[in-house]
Design a protein around this ligand. Structure first.
Ligand SMILES: [Fe+2]
Ligand SMILES: [Fe+2]
Length: 496
């Protein structure tokens, strides 16, 4: 006869730990050996509940209990990474996923070019590397906070689901950066991870780090413009960090980029469907002049000039995120090998840039002048230029929709220096066409170039919820295909 098992307090504690280990392994999809990394588990055990508190306080307001048709990343191989199903957002399985290791990878740029990529934090660059990770990490929860009230005015369940998908993935991006901090930066990494949950978008005393992430995202047009233009800054920054000589950062960012693509899709198709609804309503009513604003608005759709003004605002605010065009911090991030350029590995120069120059447009004596600048100091300018090129594809596709509808209107990117608050153009008034203006000229015309009060009041008036399956608000066309090929009437969000 065997003795009955007697558990001491210590035994119970071990049991609990094992339970936590298993639970963690089950609830946090990961490919970083979380199950055998006791130190990492301990750090995450502390952070995870704080993260959930943040999500409940600052995540989508009013929909924490809804069942949302979400895609969950559960692996990094093409077959395994996307699983679809209805989930309550607080139960979403936020994971830690790194793109597969590339054997023999070397540092692609800067003074350590060609040396083996770092698997541990390079001591001499510790502070700079930590800062890069924290700044990137801070944008992720910031956008969730900015978008937290949008569910209430969603123009359809399809769009609401896309909003929440973006939100949970930004949450996962925060996890990705927090993983790097707690795994590789010890105590100060844990402190930074905590601080990422404490800053708040738009809060006076403890704001998010970057300006655009403290702006409001008050309506769905702002959301679509944000996901097209501002998430694209995210794409550019992630692409530059994917070139990092610090391999864990590179691998994190490479996987994040696969998710970012969906956010850009949401933005591009959101604006595109808005344009479609406008063009269709104009044609139906026999309106050919896109500036016949009053009649167009009476149809319950957004006039194209207003969309251009919204785009102008989001483009200019997002361009500021690239920092000063000429920057010694930018130079050091590149020279140290911590951050590359966009598509660094595909560029054919020497990847050190000691003797190269790059053209930077500057404001000198009241004139716009292209100046040859040491390329190292112009890294931010170059990433911004690459960003502007990257923005154009979707804008061309929007213009195609308008052209096909037979309406004479074309979206344009405003001049790089338009409405800038950071960098070479800060403090100079410049028109979308690139003309330097006096303050009085700017004041007289800025309402034609940026959303004015009447625009915002009109947009607000359109933001009525449309929460019936298969139904869409007047101002936005249905999508061509459903998520994961679901039928038109599919209930993407079950609201209780
Ligand atoms: Fe993100
Ligand atoms: Fe994003």
């Amino acid at each position: 006869m065997s003795q009955p098992e007697i558990l001491t307090e210590d035994d119970a504690a071990i049991h609990d730990e094992r339970f936590v280990q298993v639970k963690y392994d089950a609830s946090i999809p990961n490919n970083v050996n979380l199950e055998s990394d006791r130190q990492l588990q301990r750090a995450l055990e502390e952070w995870h509940p704080a993260y959930l508190d943040w999500w409940k306080d600052m995540g989508p307001d009013g929909f924490q209990n809804a069942d949302v048709y979400l895609r969950t990343a559960v692996g990094v191989d093409p077959a395994g990474w996307a699983k679809f199903g209805h989930v309550k957002m607080p139960d979403y399985r936020w994971g830690i996923l790194l793109a597969p290791k590339v054997e023999g990878r070397t540092i692609p740029c800067g003074r350590h070019k060609g040396q083996p990529a770092w698997q541990e934090v390079p001591g001499e660059y510790r502070a700079l590397l930590r800062r890069l990770i924290v700044v990137q990490g801070d944008t992720e929860p910031a956008s969730v906070e900015q978008q937290r009230f949008l569910g209430r005015t969603a123009p359809s369940l399809y769009d609401m689901r896309n909003l929440f998908q973006v939100n949970v993935e930004e949450g996962r991006h925060l996890w990705a950066m927090v993983y790097l901090l707690v795994k590789h930066f010890g105590r100060d990494g844990r402190e930074e991870a905590q601080a990422l949950l404490e800053r708040r978008s738009g809060e006076k005393d403890n704001p998010r780090i970057l300006g655009a992430f403290n702006e409001r995202t008050p309506d769905w047009l702002s959301f679509f413009m944000f996901t097209y233009f501002t998430d694209r800054d995210g794409k550019m920054q992630l692409a530059a960090l994917a070139e990092s000589g610090f391999d864990p950062l590179s691998r994190s960012c490479r996987f994040m980029l696969t998710e970012e693509a969906h956010h850009l899709f949401v933005g591009e198709t959101g604006v595109g469907r808005t344009i479609e609804a406008t063009c269709a309503a104009m044609n139906k009513a026999g309106i050919t002049d896109p500036y016949d604003v009053e009649r167009i608005r009476a149809l319950g759709v957004v006039d194209l000039p207003l969309l251009q003004r919204k785009a102008n605002f989001h483009m200019s605010v997002t361009r500021d995120l690239f920092g000063s065009e000429i920057s010694s911090n930018g130079a050091e991030a590149f020279s140290s090998g911590l951050k590359g350029r966009f598509n660094e590995a595909k560029l054919t120069d020497d990847h050190e840039l000691q003797n190269e120059t790059y053209k930077v447009t500057r404001v000198i004596d009241g004139k716009l002048v292209d100046e040859d600048t040491p390329a190292l100091r112009a890294i931010n300018c170059r990433l911004l230029d690459d960003y502007m090129t990257d923005c154009q594809g979707g804008i061309d596709r929007w213009n195609n929709i308008i052209r096909k509808a037979g309406i004479a209107f074309e979206f344009k990117q405003p001049y790089k220096g338009f409405n800038r608050k950071i960098g070479e153009f800060a403090g100079t008034r410049i028109s979308p066409d690139g003309e330097i203006l006096s303050e009085a000229e700017w004041q007289a015309s800025s309402g034609l170039w940026l959303p004015n009060d009447a625009d915002m009041a009109f947009i607000t008036s359109l933001m009525k919820p449309c929460h019936e399956p298969g139904q869409y608000a007047s101002w936005i066309a249905p999508p061509r295909v459903g998520i994961n090929n679901q039928p038109a009437e599919f209930e993407y969000v079950k609201i209780y």
